[in-house]
Design a protein around this ligand. Structure first.
Ligand SMILES: O=C(O)CCC(=O)C(=O)O
Ligand SMILES: [Fe+2]
Length: 346
C-alpha cells in the first residue's frame, strides 16, 4: 500500500496559465511548448537528472534479472525470448504488474515530468496512466520484425486536443537507437484528415479500441502531399518526449549496439474523467494492473503474459517491489478525487 495518503477532495487550483489548445492559436512561449504547438511533439531536455535516469536503467536490468529466466545484463547471449519476460517486438511490456513497480512509479512521480504536463494542461489536478515500460534490444532475430505501425491513440470521431502522451527516455537515443517516429505537424491536420477519409469511405484498419486509429497507405499519402514529414525523435537519457495523441506516430527498434529503455508516462486533467472512471482506476491501482496510455482508465490490462496460449515466465500479479507513493504521486492515482457518494453508489 502507498505510504502516504491524503483525504482531500477535488479542488481545481487557480493557475496562472491556461490549457493549451494545440490548434495553432496558443501564442508564443519561448520554450519546448512552441515545438509541441507547431510540430505536435517536443523534447523536454533533462526532465529528470542523468544520475536518476542511470539508476532507473539499473532497476530495469534488475527487474529483467529478477524473473530468473536467464537474462543477465551485459551478456547478449541472454537476450532472447526464453530468458526474459514477455516483451513485444515493439519493446512493450505491460504485464507482471510492471506498471506498478516502485521504479516505474518513481519515474512518473519525477517533478520535472509532472511539471511539463501541468504546464500544458494548466492545472495540478492530474491523473497519470499506469503505463507500460519499453525494453527494446537491438537486432533481435527471435522476434517478429517491428514493421511501421503508424497510428494515433485517439478516437478520430473526437476532434481537438485531448491527451498529451509522454515517454521518459532512459538511455541515450540517437538515429540508430530506435525510438519514436512522429509525423511532424500531423496533429493540426487531424480534423481535416478524418473528414476527408470518411468522405472517401475509407476501410478502417481493425482496432481493439475506438481510441486507436491506424493510418492506411492512402492516408499516409494524403499527409505526405500536404508536406508532413516523418521524423525520428532523438533524445538523451533523462529527457521527456511528449506528443499530442492525434499526431500520427509509431516506434522503430534499435539497429546499433545499445538498447532502448523507456517508460510511458501520460497525464490528463482529473476534470476530464468521470467519477466512474476514477473508481475503475482505483480498482486498477489496487489490482496492480495497467491502464494503457489513457489515464482515465478507459481500458485496464492484466498481469498474465500469454505466449501461444500459455503463460510466459513466472506469474506475477504484484510488483517485485511494491510502490511507495509520496503525496503528489498518490493524487495522480485519482483516488483522492473520488467523492464519497460516488464510492458508496459503486
Ligand atoms: O514507443 C514509442 O515511442 C511509441 C509507442 C506508442 O505508439 C505509444 O506509446 O503510443
Ligand atoms: Fe501510440
Amino acid at each position: 500500500m502507498p505510504s502516504t495518503r491524503t483525504t482531500s477532495t477535488t479542488t481545481t487550483q487557480q493557475q496562472p496559465f491556461l490549457r493549451l489548445r494545440l490548434d495553432g492559436s496558443d501564442g508564443y512561449f519561448g520554450d519546448w511548448q512552441d515545438d509541441l504547438i507547431k510540430n505536435g511533439y517536443a523534447v523536454i531536455k533533462g526532465a529528470i537528472p542523468k544520475e536518476r535516469a542511470a539508476k532507473y536503467v539499473d532497476e530495469m536490468h534488475e527487474w529483467l534479472e529478477s524473473f530468473e529466466m536467464g537474462y543477465k545484463r551485459g551478456d547478449p547471449s541472454t537476450v532472447n525470448i526464453d530468458s526474459m519476460p514477455l516483451i513485444s517486438e515493439k519493446g512493450m511490456c505491460m504485464n507482471y504488474a510492471v506498471p506498478h513497480e516502485d521504479f516505474v512509479w518513481q519515474i512518473r512521480s519525477e517533478p520535472g515530468v509532472i511539471k511539463a504536463f501541468e504546464q500544458v494542461y494548466g492545472t495540478e489536478d492530474l491523473l497519470v496512466s499506469f503505463d507500460a515500460v519499453n525494453v527494446t534490444f537491438p537486432n533481435r532475430t527471435d522476434l517478429p520484425e517491428n514493421k511501421p505501425w503508424p497510428h494515433q491513440d485517439q478516437d478520430p470521431e473526437k476532434a481537438g486536443f485531448r491527451v498529451l502522451q509522454g515517454l521518459v527516455n532512459l538511455l541515450p537515443n540517437g538515429d540508430n537507437d530506435g525510438g519514436l517516429m512522429v509525423c511532424k505537424g500531423g496533429h493540426l491536420l487531424s480534423e481535416e484528415y478524418h473528414k476527408e477519409m470518411k468522405k472517401r469511405g475509407e476501410t478502417r484498419i481493425p482496432a481493439w479500441t475506438p481510441e486507436w486509429y491506424g493510418f492506411p497507405k492512402e492516408g499516409l499519402e494524403w499527409l505526405k502531399e500536404r508536406g508532413c514529414e516523418w521524423v525520428k525523435v532523438n533524445a538523451n537519457a533523462g529527457d521527456l518526449i511528449v506528443w499530442d495523441s492525434r499526431a500520427p506516430h509509431y516506434n522503430v527498434s534499435p539497429t546499433g549496439d545499445q538498447p532502448r529503455f523507456a517508460t510511458y508516462t501520460c497525464y490528463m486533467p482529473v476534470a476530464d474523467a468521470t467519477q466512474e472512471d476514477l473508481i475503475k482506476k482505483k480498482d486498477a491501482f489496487e489490482r496492480r494492473v495497467g491502464t494503457t496510455h489513457w489515464p482515465n482508465a478507459k481500458h485496464t490490462g492484466w498481469n498474465e503474459a500469454k505466449r501461444n496460449g500459455e503463460h510466459h515466465g513466472p506469474k506475477r500479479d504484484r510488483p517485485r517491489k511494491e510502490p511507495v507513493l509520496n503525496e503528489r504521486a498518490y493524487k495522480l492515482t485519482g483516488i483522492p478525487y473520488i467523492q464519497e457518494n460516488a464510492q458508496a453508489a459503486a
